[in-house]
Structures are given as C-alpha cells and as structure tokens.
Design a protein around this ligand. Structure first.
Ligand code: SAH
Length: 359
C-alpha cells in the first residue's frame, strides 16, 4: 500500500485559487460543510468572479462571517492597484500582491477575442538589452494563483470571457516552470480556455524546451529568436552566451519532433542591428525545413535603451525575403503600446511615481 500524504499536507497553506474541484470539496468538508459546497465554491471562484468567501452569497452567512473574522486559508485574489484604458481599447492592470509586489497584466480585445498578456515573474533575470522588464531587474517568481488571478481580473473587469492567453508579460515563463504548467492546467480545465488558444513565449532556457515538449500540451510555443546568428543574438541577449543559438535550435527541433507542433519564432526588429535583408536571408536559412511561423515585432522604444524601430521599408523588405523562401511570416502591430509601450514599462513608471511620493 502506498501512502500519499504529500498533496494534502503541502496544500494546507496554499490559497483556494488554483485548487481543483476535488481539492476544494475536500477543503469545504474539512470545514464541516456538506460536499456540494465544494462545487459552489469552485463555480464562484472560477466563473462568478468571487474575490473572497464573503462574496459567495449562497454560503451560510454565519460561516462567511466566521471565516472573515478568522480566515484559515487565503482566498488567493490580488488587489487591483491600477487600471488604465488606452485609446485602442487595450486595458492595462497593475496588481498588488500580498507582499506588496506589483505585477502587470494586459487585456487586448479584438473583434470576438479577448487576449490576456500574462506575467510569470516579477521583473526578469534574463536582462535582454531592449526589454523594459529586463532593465528593471528580478524580484521573484509568481505563485500559481498569482498567475491565474491575472486572467480572472481581466475577465471580471472587462466583462467579457477571456478567449486567448499569451505568456508574454513580465518574466521568463520557463524559469517558473512548475507554476507555469500548474497555471496552464487551471486556466484550461477550470477557467475553460482551450489549450490551442494559449501561447507560451520563451527566450530559451537550457533543457526546458524539451521538458516542456514532454508535457504534451496543445499550447503554442513561441521562441524569442531576435537574431539569425549567435554573434548578433549574444549582443542583445546576455543568456545566449550560456545557451548558444545552435543548442537552442537543436532543442526547438526536439520540440517539433516530440510534439508534432510548429514553433512560432519571435523576432524583435532593431534598426541597424538585426533588420537587414541579408539577415532576413540568414534567418530563412536558419529555420529552413522547420515547421514554424515567424512573428516580427518592430521594436517598441524603451526609455533607457538605445535602440531604434526599423523603417517601414526595412520591415517590408524583411517580410518579402522570408516570403520568397516560403516562410510563414506576420508582423505584430503592437496594440496598447503607444501610451506606455511594452509590458513592464507601466510597472516601472508606477514604481518611480511611488518613489517620488516616498522621498
Ligand atoms: N521572456 C519571454 C516573454 C517576454 S515578452 C520571452 O523572452 O519570450 C514577449 C516578447 O516581447 C519577447 O519576444 C520579447 O523579446 C519582446 N519584447 C520585449 N521588449 C520589447 C520591446 N521593447 N519591443 C519589442 N518587443 C519586445
């Protein structure tokens, strides 16, 4: 007989948000409540926008009051510190976590879709030279419930069901592996967003791409390539020294072999660095024969980085060269970025404003 005590004991201090129906039912029973309360809690937590046990009006008042006075477990929702709408309909949120840290999330509506750009870390240790988050340093990984909360917050406030998720907010998702995979499971099973509508974006971490492939998820993997050669890549991505382009491409090949899914290569275009027609040709050679798609992202200026956005002509030539090599390519016209640019910049500004108040 095997005795598996780990999940229950380890779960004791975990918040309710992030738990499965079975785990929530177990918890309500442990509180002396009937089993069906577990299902109610599950529905209010994941579908009805409850932010605390007190919000769940189908629960007995006495229990709610007792719990509010003496909570035995965290509910798991974060506070909204800032909510900002931009002219094109994109909505940005700064969420304040229990330890006072601030995380950024963005809701991007397009015709029938609502995409949430989700963060996985507070700050980022990868320090890519052109990225606002990278410039701000690293604080910590987000907990699973702090990742899930971002999706629910956007859904509640924008009053529209979230249809798509992109893990393209702050941080490097594959450095917070367990919480990423755990959050994807909840977002998929409990919030009800199809795996095919979820994209995980990574700059590449040794061994983690094949590991992620072996999860056999139906999500899209986006790899931030940004350069066709090791030399140019290492110029803008410090971690490329430890994980050279060749090894990254080997792991991408392994990913395609294991999953049978194509990879989306992201390529932030930086004028004069990686945007020439010759580099477009080199890129086409690098990914030749790959089941892939290239997503070009014209650089979005970040205050203290000295890069420039490429000209429209350079972008069009780059696209043409790739298309001539029969490579599927699209250009991401960044929405919601005109006011405070890419993810990470809003948080940076907010912290600066807070500092000005403090000192
Ligand atoms: N750490 C993950 C997620 C980062 S954000 C990764 O590196 O993939 C998603 C994408 O936006 C990445 O490709 C990132 O390189 C790109 N990006 C970051 N800052 C940018 C900027 N200022 N302009 C354009 N793209 C940027």
């Amino acid at each position: 007989m095997t005795v598996n005590t780990l999940p229950t004991s380890a779960q004791k201090n975990l918040p309710l948000l992030g738990r499965s129906l079975a785990e929530l039912t177990e918890w309500t029973e442990s509180q002396g409540q009937p089993r069906y309360r577990g299902k109610q809690l599950y529905e209010w937590l994941y579908s009805k926008g409850a932010r605390s046990l007190e919000d769940i009006t189908v629960f007995p008042k006495a229990w709610r009051e007792e719990f509010a006075a003496n909570p035995t477990v965290e509910f798991g929702r974060s506070q909204i510190a800032l909510h900002k709408q931009t002219r094109d309909g994109t909505e940005k949120f700064l969420l304040k976590l229990d330890d006072g840290e601030i995380v950024e999330t963005v809701g991007i509506p397009t015709s029938k879709r609502l995409t949430v750009c989700v963060s996985t870390q507070i700050g980022c240790p990868m320090a890519c030279d052109f990225c606002a988050t990278g410039k701000g340093g690293f604080r910590r990984n987000l907990e699973k419930h702090e990742i899930i909360d971002q999706v629910l917050t956007v859904q509640d406030v924008m009053q529209q069901r979230v249809s798509h998720i992109v893990f393209m907010g702050m941080g490097e998702p594959l450095l917070n592996y367990e919480n990423l995979v755990g959050a994807i499971a909840v977002i998929n099973k409990d919030i009800g967003i199809g795996q095919r509508n979820i994209t995980v974006s990574t700059v590449g971490i040794p061994n983690q791409i094949p590991r992620f492939a072996r999860e056999h998820l139906q999500v899209t993997l986006a790899v931030s390539l940004h350069a066709p050669t090791q030399q140019v890549r290492a110029q803008v991505i410090p971690s490329a020294d430890r994980y050279p382009l060749e090894s990254l491409m080997d792991d991408c090949r392994a990913y395609v072999d294991i999953t049978g899914r194509r990879i989306s290569f992201e390529y932030t275009m930086l004028a004069g660095i990686n945007d020439s027609a010759e580099q477009a040709y080199q890129l086409s050679q690098l990914i030749r024969g790959f089941q892939s798609h290239v997503n070009l992202i014209p650089y979005n200026p970040v205050s203290d980085a000295d890069y420039k956005r490429p000209s429209e002509r350079a972008i069009q030539t780059f696209v043409q060269v790739l298309e001539d090599s029969r490579i599927a390519v699209s250009v991401r016209r960044t929405r919601g970025l005109e006011a405070d640019a890419a993810c990470g910049q809003l948080r940076g500004q907010h912290q600066m404003a807070e500092k000005q108040v403090q000192f």
